[in-house]
Design a protein around this ligand. Structure first.
Ligand SMILES: Cc1cc2nc3c(=O)[nH]c(=O)nc-3n(C[C@H](O)[C@H](O)[C@H](O)COP(=O)(O)OP(=O)(O)OC[C@H]3O[C@@H](n4cnc5c(N)ncnc54)[C@H](O)[C@@H]3O)c2cc1C
Length: 459
């Protein structure tokens, strides 16, 4: 019998129907904790076999590894840091390192942010002068625009100067998000590396000794201890409505499909999915714009190629980002840098090469072994010693893992809000639920932002 059916039976008759949380990632788990604190019965459903969502760790070659660079900054929101440190402490402790970041810029591996010598190496004396002049001009009060910037491009130019934006941010946005910063909302600029508060000066990274996923496993353990049901391998496939409210959730697990009566739903999945599940809903994978042919809520895929390499690799940075469109790898993470104590003396190093894709481009069409070959071929461009011996590899595809804050997405989101907010017992949290470029610290906060009107709903 399906586990969800068991839950459904206990909820029959309308007594003590649970609040169902869709997704056991950081936001869903934080929401479940908040609901338990309010004395509400909670059932968390997740289609994946483990908790943690995109912040889970994967077991490779006998060790847990995060999905790409999973940094938690000691300069994050104090409430998030406090909660996260408490969980990480109980999950096996953590390692603290000062971030070393690198960039591939015009084919050269340099430090990031680049120092004067890096700039000279990348663009030569004339280019360096042009960049310095453009940066200085951006800082002149007379040049500051009165109107708030409309696009990410405007916001970045105001902060860094046009030449810096053309050199670094344009190729980065194209690779990462598939469009230039002219097509991205100004809100995105605030979230970009180097422009966000707390990124100037040394940045301390907090890395759980047993991987970031251990933090979320620990939170799940605590929630179960307090009575929450967390049903993994259970994918939500539909929502029922009655009198303008969500009345039930349909989910599929190994035992089949079943329907669970609910008091309310907290969702951490993309709004287009919710719209598809609701009556009169759109059928597309993206939420439609208010007018036909307008922008939609877009997301990008991430493909991770983990490479097991003999010895150390030469490149010491935590991660190196390619601001260079001639390379297909977007970012290379050296896992040894994140947990130097854990990997001290380890005979092999695990590197993680990250590709970003629309889901329909030539990267998506490549087989796993083709992606791995591409990653290996580009290692030297990232400063990895030539001739390193790659012993094994693993490829993991993360569809729709990066919400794109396109120009005009706020208007699309407002239309979606209007449709979904019509259901008073439906709440959206997290990176996908809110369609924002959120990290773990944001998930910890938005997961706990469920309004009192939902907490107080009768069972
Ligand atoms: C490559 C990469 C690097 C990142 N680096 C960082 C970083 O350095 N620092 C940082 O803080 N953050 C980073 N992030 C972002 C971080 O992983 C996310 O912000 C965080 O995991 C979001 O939590 P969430 O709960 O909102 O969503 P998710 O973690 O995506 O969780 C959503 C959950 O919903 C489940 N789900 C989806 N559909 C259904 C369905 N129909 N039924 C049931 N369950 C469903 C999924 O299985 C998933 O477990 C990175 C992300 C990626 C992809």
């Amino acid at each position: 019998m399906s586990a969800t059916v068991v839950e459904a039976r206990s909820g029959r008759g309308g007594e003590d129907r649970p609040v169902v949380v869709i997704g056991a990632g950081p936001a869903g788990l934080a929401a479940a904790e908040h609901l338990l604190d309010a004395g509400v019965r909670v059932v968390v459903l997740d289609g994946a076999p483990q908790v943690g969502g995109l912040s889970r760790s994967v077991q490779l070659w006998g060790e847990p590894y995060d999905l790409g660079p999973h940094s938690f900054y000691s300069s994050s929101h104090p409430e998030s840091v406090r909660r996260w440190l408490d969980l990480a402490g109980a999950a096996g402790g953590l390692e603290r390192t000062v971030a070393r970041r690198g960039a591939v810029w015009r084919g050269r591996a340099v430090a990031f942010p680049p120092g004067p010598r890096d700039v000279l190496r990348a663009v030569g004396p004339a280019g360096a002068l042009a960049l310095a002049a453009s940066r200085s001009a951006a800082r002149l009060p007379a040049r500051r625009a009165d109107a708030p910037p409309r696009t990410a491009h405007d916001a970045l130019v105001a902060r860094h100067g046009r030449a810096v934006v053309e050199e670094l941010f344009v190729p980065y946005c194209r690779k990462y998000l598939g469009v230039g910063p002219q097509q991205l909302s100004a809100a995105f600029a605030d979230k970009l590396l180097g422009t966000r508060a707390g990124f100037s000066g040394p940045v301390e990274l907090l890395t759980p000794a047993r991987g970031t996923g251990a933090v979320w496993e620990e939170l799940a353990r605590r929630l179960r201890e307090r009575g929450a049901r967390i049903l993994l391998g259970t994918t939500v496939t539909g929502l029922d409505t009655e009198d303008g409210r969500i009345s039930a959730v349909t989910a599929r697990d190994a035992g089949g499909e079943s329907t669970l009566p609910v008091r309310a739903v907290v969702s951490s999945v993309p709004p287009p999915l919710l719209l598809r599940w609701l009556p009169g809903a759109a059928t597309s994978r993206t939420a439609p714009a208010p007018g036909a042919g307008g922008p939609a809520l877009r997301s990008r895929d991430t493909y991770l190629v983990h490479l097991l390499v003999e010895g150390e690799v030469g490149q010491q940075a935590h991660y190196v980002t390619a601001y260079d469109e001639s390379l297909r790898v977007g970012r290379l993470t050296n896992t040894r840098a994140w947990r130097p104590q854990r990997f001290a003396g380890a005979p092999r190093t695990v590197l993680c090469a990250e590709f970003w894709s629309s889901g329909e481009d030539d990267l998506a069409a490549r087989s796993d072994s083709e992606l791995a070959q591409l990653a290996v071929a580009e290692l030297p461009a990232f400063g990895v010693d030539r001739g390193v011996r790659v012993v094994d590899c693993d490829v993991l595809r993360l569809p729709r893992s990066v919400p794109v804050l396109s120009l005009g997405h706020e208007a699309v989101l407002a239309g979606v809000d209007e449709r979904l907010d019509a259901y008073p017992n439906l709440v959206r949290v997290g990176r996908h639920g809110r369609h924002d470029w959120d990290g773990q610290e944001d998930s910890l906060l938005t997961g706990r932002s469920i309004g009192a009107h939902v907490l107080a709903l009768p069972a």
